[in-house]
Design a protein around this ligand. Structure first.
Ligand code: FMN
Length: 186
């Protein structure tokens, strides 16, 4: 199989200076030749309302279309109160509906997180993994990318400076590509 693996990445922060969005941009620069990485901004996805499951908001339709078109997904999550931010959970909830049309089903995935704290979003990643079980998403297990003390690892323009983190991102993307190829071969 020679064609590139297409990855769709999204980050659970709307903040202009978000470290997690910066981490996603960094991944875009570190993606291996065997893959391509496009991103989707969650800004504009409305709060979930089941009354609109049969006539999805345009932004949600676009999100689902982009997920379905991708071979794999990359989720970048901040940690809010030991869990994933509502913005990210809300987007995932929309993508999984209506019942029977879960855009995420069967997708290989990778997860990264950045936080200003000393655990780098580890607790949020494990909460996220719990949701992935029901969604039938198949996440790569390692390497785990937890960007701790994020304020020290990016410059003022949001450029990732930390070489060790870059190495981990490369490892995660390589693992995602290999995992995706393995699942596609079945
Ligand atoms: C509502 C809220 C809750 C937070 N809770 C946590 C937390 O539980 N653990 C943690 O490490 N950081 C926590 N933080 C700090 C975030 O890691 C920090 O704001 C980070 O920069 C958010 O990601 P972003 O830069 O991508 O927006 C919290 C921040 C907010 C706004």
């Amino acid at each position: 199989m020679n064609e590139k693996i297409s990855i769709l990445g999204f980050a659970g922060s709307l903040r202009k200076g978000s470290y997690n969005r910066a981490l996603l941009r960094a991944a875009g620069e570190l993606v291996p030749d065997s893959a391509s990485l496009e991103t989707f901004e969650l800004d504009g996805i409305p709060p979930f309302n089941a009354d609109f499951e049969s006539s999805l908001p345009e932004k949600v339709k676009e999100f689902k279309k982009r997920i379905k078109a991708a071979d794999a997904i990359l989720i970048v999550t901040p940690e809010y109160n030991y869990s994933v931010p509502g913005v990210l959970k809300n987007a995932i909830d929309w993508a999984s509906r209506p019942y029977g049309d879960n855009a995420l089903e069967g997708k290989p995935a990778a997860i990264m997180s950045a936080s200003t704290g000393m655990l780098g979003g580890a607790r949020a990643q494990y909460h996220l993994r719990q949701s992935l079980v029901f969604l039938k998403i198949f996440p790569v297990n390692s390497p785990e990318v937890f960007v701790t003390f994020a304020a020290q690892k990016f410059d003022e323009k949001g450029k990732l400076l930390d070489e060790k983190t870059k190495e981990l991102i490369r490892g995660l993307l390589d693992a995602l590509v290999a995992w995706t190829k393995k699942l596609k071969a079945k």
